[in-house]
Design a protein around this ligand. Sequence first.
Ligand code: ZN
Length: 110
Amino acid sequence: MKLKFMGLLIIAAMIGCTGCKTSQATKATDAAKPDATRTVMIGTRTLTVTGAVIVKYDSDAFYYKKQCLECGYVAEKQIGSTISNGASTINSDFTCPKCANKQTVKIVVN
Ligand SMILES: [Zn+2]
């Protein structure tokens, strides 16, 4: 009689635990994160942009703002660069004032 009672308790415990594994432990989505690398076409030139957004451009110059790849924060400061005839690369460090993420801003002009 006592053993049977114990068995029922174990079964009850097992049923009670059904759904234990389906907790709300969903990972934070990466939806807020901007794309790490974007490609921008300026005429016949291709800009491969990482950690920045191109705000405006014309045939021989472009302007960009640094952007945090973690939280999407875009820096206030606008930086201009000329498009030279040959391929060139801009490399710059950026520390996000919002989330303190450190990253490299890279713009490759081809
Ligand atoms: Zn950030």
